[in-house]
Design a binder for this molecule. Structure first.
Ligand code: XMP
Length: 315
């Protein structure tokens, strides 16, 4: 049985020795990086600077929520808006692995800049076991390069520290609860964020479309689970597909975009089953996406594949 108290106490002692100088951590406000930030800040105090990078791919209201949460956690933090440089770097890039690599590299460049300004020598990351297992470790095949693993440039001059490297998601949540971190029950969100939920080029406009659709999926599934019409799924979101399809609006032909809704049950993200969401909840999501959004979306499909053979994210 995993013992959070023992893990936290031992790790904090270990971190004190491992990080003699100043360090930075990029924290997205998700469970993994927030747990890592809180643990390292308990170990070395304000010698750790927590950076939140707004890459332009974050969810609706996320940056504001993270700002409030960091304030409540009482950690030393800074918000950096790097959205222009991320969107520029993604111009014309459509291949999923290329997108992941570019985002990872951009992140590191931003951290390097911030680390230099802070005179940090260490880069803390919230990497957990499935991240490096699925990124390939020389023995296993690369399923996808998680940006916090596969994208690290060779010339990076910061020493990487990964306190959660051996933990699985359910264990990280146990640690988060033990530390009283409010995002302990939040659904997982990938490092490359909404950029990998736009299939193909992640333009500002396309990201805005998937941001709105993700907000609707989250609202409706959370509402349905609060009303006890279903269990809250493990992870749930929208994906913007690169295909258009024919529809009808009033008595006119329409040609609009397609959104896929993905909702899964899982324990650690290594395998997953698609959620058996009640039809009326799916219908409500479809109605809202096609009627409320400014973008011209005229088709909503539900992904009914498990992992394997699919993965949870589409890219
Ligand atoms: P997949 O899509 O590989 O996802 O079945 C498994 C879990 O990992 C999340 N995910 C990521 N998390 N960096 C992360 O920190 C990444 O690059 C990344 N890619 C996928 C995904 O959302 C799911 O919870």
């Amino acid at each position: 049985m995993f013992d959070a108290e023992e893990f936290v106490n031992e790790k904090i002692e270990e971190l004190k020795g491992q990080i003699p100088g100043r360090a930075i951590i990029a924290c997205s406000g998700g469970v993994d990086s927030t747990v890592a930030a809180v643990m390292v800040s308990r170990a070395i105090g304000d010698k750790l600077l927590t950076i939140y990078v707004n890459n332009g791919f974050m969810r609706k209201g996320e940056t504001e929520d993270v700002d409030l949460m960091f304030g409540r956690l009482g950690i030393n933090y800074k918000l950096v808006d790097a959205s222009d440089e991320f969107f520029n770097a993604m111009k014309g890039v459509t291949e999923p692995e290329a997108k992941r690599k570019i985002i990872g590299e951009r992140f590191i460049r931003v951290f390097e800049r911030e680390a230099k300004a802070y005179h940090a020598e260490y880069l803390v990351q919230g990497t957990i076991a499935p991240d490096w297992i699925e990124s390939g470790d020389g023995v296993r095949d690369t399923i996808k390069s998680h940006h916090n693993v596969g994208g690290l440039p060779k010339d990076m001059d910061l020493t990487v520290v990964e306190p959660l490297r051996d933990l699985y998601k359910d264990e990280v949540r146990i640690v988060a609860r033990y530390l009283g971190i409010e995002v302990s029950e939040r659904q997982p969100f990938p490092g490359p964020a909404l950029a990998i939920r736009v299939i193909g080029e992640a333009t500002r406009e396309a990201v805005e479309v998937v941001r709105e659709a993700c907000a609707i999926v989250e609202e409706e599934l959370e509402k349905a689970s609060k009303q006890k019409r279903m269990e809250r799924p493990w992870q749930y979101f929208a994906v913007l597909l690169p295909c258009q399809s024919v529809g009808v609006q009033g008595d006119r032909r329409a040609y609009g975009r397609t959104i896929a809704v993905r909702s899964v049950e899982s324990i650690d993200g290594m395998s997953a089953a698609y959620s058996k969401v009640p039809y009326e909840v799916l219908e409500r999501i479809s109605f809202r996406i096609t009627s409320e959004m400014k973008a011209n979306v005229n088709r909503v499909v539900y992904d009914i594949t498990n992992k394997p053979p699919a993965t949870i994210e589409w890219e």
